[in-house]
Ligand binder design. Structure first.
Ligand code: GUN
Length: 286
């Protein structure tokens, strides 16, 4: 029977460390760390995420600035706000909650964020830095998954790692982070011919596709570490991951639950990135 990886606990310890370091940073520099969060429209899931981000800011001692814009906001208006925040020295991190309404091009907006304030690490400059292993920030969800893997005490080095999903936000950077730690990485997607075989080879399996319970027990190697990034809402209103938790728990050595696994880590890593941004700006005298 697999041991549970408790994301709530690991996330709380990351936030506690950020809080301690923030206190020290603020005492030494007189700078209060600021995170600006932009939300456009009224997507209920986005609203919950943004509220949780604000709560985490309070907990670690940051000032949070929320910009809740109506769904009809034009792309130009949003870009103007991003430029204003780029030039605001009380703001160290800028996060534009995705998805944006269909009439706004997400790429254009992300490209406008000053890479030094891009605490999501979505800007092409930051994506490129991650690729070459020379980064300031890691994207929050993959970085959170790495923390969870580290919490098991199992080393990635030399392990077969399978990532299911190739999104820019999770799958691709996740593969890169596993590679940086010398894992042998396979990335699976909708055109993968034999998903079961690819998964069964994995000592470390990360599922990030958004398909409820796609990964069944017979797709998991005995003793594997299973990280479930999925956050799917079932017709009965319950949340479930991309992994069939009941079945997978019979095979894995460690597994993340949904909820309470990867979810809380994303926000904890956002706090870490925002503090890093503030420290880097202070070091440059900005
Ligand atoms: N929407 C879902 N996840 C994320 C995230 O990590 N960052 C942003 N900006 N939007 C999201």
């Amino acid at each position: 029977m697999a041991k549970l990886i408790n994301g709530k606990e690991v996330a709380a310890s990351v936030r506690a460390k950020v809080k301690e370091e923030t206190e020290k940073f603020t005492n030494e520099t007189g700078i209060q760390v600021g995170l600006a969060v932009i939300i456009v429209g009224d997507n209920p899931a986005s609203r919950i995420y943004v509220n949780n981000k604000k709560k985490a800011c309070e907990e670690v001692g940051f000032k949070s600035y929320e910009y809740a814009l109506p769904a009809e906001t034009t792309q130009d208006e949003l870009l103007e706000l991003v430029r204003t925040l780029n030039n605001d020295e009380t703001v160290h991190g800028i996060l534009c909650q995705l998805p944006l309404p269909a009439h706004i091009d997400e790429k254009t907006v992300i490209n406008e964020i000053n890479p030094e304030k891009d605490v999501d690490a979505f800007h092409p400059v930051n994506v490129g830095k991650i690729m070459i292993g020379d980064y300031n920030f890691l994207p929050c969800t993959p970085a959170g998954c790495m923390e969870l893997i580290h919490s098991t005490g199992i080393s990635v080095k030399g392990k077969n790692c399978t990532v299911v999903g190739r999104s820019n936000i999770v799958g691709k950077p996740m593969a890169m982070l596993l590679l940086h730690e010398s894992g042998t990485v396979t990335v699976c997607h909708s055109k993968t011919v034999d998903l079961k075989e690819e998964c069964k080879r994995a000592d470390i399996l990360v599922a990030a596709v958004g398909v409820p319970k796609l990964i069944k027990g017979d797709m998991i190697k005995e003793g594997a570490v299973v990280i479930d990034v999925g956050m799917n809402r079932l017709p009965d209103g319950k949340l479930c991951g991309d992994v069939d938790f009941e079945q997978a728990s019979e095979k894995a050595s460690y597994i993340t639950p949904v909820p309470g696994g990867v979810g809380p880590m994303t926000i904890a890593m956002l706090m870490k990135n925002t503090l890093t941004a503030a420290k880097n700006m202070a070091a440059k005298g900005k």
